[in-house]
Write a protein that binds this ligand. Structure first.
Ligand SMILES: [Zn+2]
Ligand SMILES: [Zn+2]
Length: 358
């Protein structure tokens, strides 16, 4: 069968990123799914700190180049399926299925993919277009990046699988033995998910952020302590004393993307400690490194980028388990035409994340 099933509109509204600080709500044709593809009706999309970066910079070196459909955290219902991709092969998805689509798809054949490091896939493809009424899911994404939403997980919670999958990936690269004294720099959605996961697993977590409202949320999400810090950095000596033995943390996580917080995280760990540098800084950013400490105190410094299909599935299971307070991250709900207002409210730190309902 080709064309759209009866009952679907021929046009829909979709937000496009046009360049730095420029987005536009456009009326465009509803795409017709080809072989192996899906058409998903977006039920909820969530805004993300990455969207703010992308809006300011007018694109992202890996994820999208303007002009482009915008938004990458979404959940919805399958509205139409394309013809089967291979003759005799049954389609995996049916109209009406509740799905969440990850915003990237690895090739599964390159060297990095074969090593299980699909987030570093040499031809990782990205999917944008969450801020729209409908989304065309390409065949590769329908096959490897589309997941059924577990029962009991609401449409507005399911898109959080994306940031949560990134956080799970970040923790997977960190060697944590036993209960870890942890400090998290940055109380945005990512930092708060780190707090929530680590606290839930029994670790002692201190959160540092310049915004008092975020400290409140951190306490509700399990932080043992939430400390108001300046935006200018230089907070490590004060924070180190908050660790259980007063001599620094086993694990310091940076989740702000600012070089001063990278430096603070590096300066916050005790001998043998691990530093996870999670927030991406602008390209060309350099920070000083105390080589003496790195060597004689045997520090482990890890970077982490994005997520993998396995962490995405685990994130959905975790959301379904009810063990996290993920709904704390959803500050407000806005219609599609208010996306810009929603993003501005995040820039002013009034909202953590906003649910966009088309
Ligand atoms: Zn995101
Ligand atoms: Zn690959």
């Amino acid at each position: 069968m080709s064309g759209l099933p009866p009952g679907l509109p021929r046009e829909h509204r979709a937000v496009y990123l046009l360049g730095p600080e420029r987005i536009e709500l456009r009326r465009v044709p509803v795409p017709v799914p080809g072989p192996g593809e899906l058409l998903v009706r977006i039920e909820a999309a969530t805004t993300c700190g990455t969207d703010l970066k992308v809006l300011r910079r007018g694109g992202h070196p890996r994820m999208l180049m303007a002009p482009s459909p915008f938004g990458h955290e979404m959940a919805g219902t399958v509205a139409a399926t394309g013809p089967v991709a291979e003759p005799g092969q049954a389609g995996r998805w049916s109209v009406g299925d509740r799905v969440v689509v990850a915003n990237s798809a690895p090739c599964a054949t390159c060297e990095q993919c074969l090593r299980g490091r699909e987030n570093l896939c040499e031809s990782l493809r990205y999917l944008n277009g969450a801020y729209a009424e409908y989304l065309l899911v390409p065949r590769l994404f329908a096959e490897v990046s589309t997941h059924a939403i577990p029962d009991g997980v609401a449409f507005e919670i399911a898109p959080l699988a994306e940031p949560l999958a990134c956080v799970l990936h970040g923790l997977e690269v960190c060697p944590i033995a036993g209960a870890a004294d942890t400090v998290v720099y940055g109380g945005g959605p990512i930092g708060l998910l780190f707090v929530n996961l680590l606290a839930e697993a029994g670790h002692h977590v201190v959160l540092a952020d310049p915004n008092p409202q975020r400290l409140e949320v951190a306490r509700r999400m399990g932080a043992a302590e939430a400390v108001l810090v300046s935006r200018d950095g230089g907070e490590a000596p004060r924070l180190r004393r908050r660790a259980g033995r007063g001599d620094g943390f086993d694990l310091a996580i940076e989740a702000t993307g600012s070089p001063v917080a990278w430096e603070d995280a590096l300066a916050s760990v005790r001998d043998g400690g691990t530093v996870l540098l999670f927030g991406g800084c602008r390209s060309g950013t350099f920070i000083p490194l105390d080589t003496h400490r790195l060597h004689y105190q045997e520090l482990t410094i890890k970077g982490a980028y994005h997520h993998r299909p396995a962490t995405f599935r685990r994130a959905l299971d975790l959301l379904a388990s009810g063990r996290l307070q993920a709904a704390e991250l959803l500050s407000a709900e806005r219609p599609l035409e208010d996306l810009e207002g929603a993003l501005r409210s995040m820039m002013r730190k009034e909202a953590l994340k906003v649910v966009i309902r088309p």
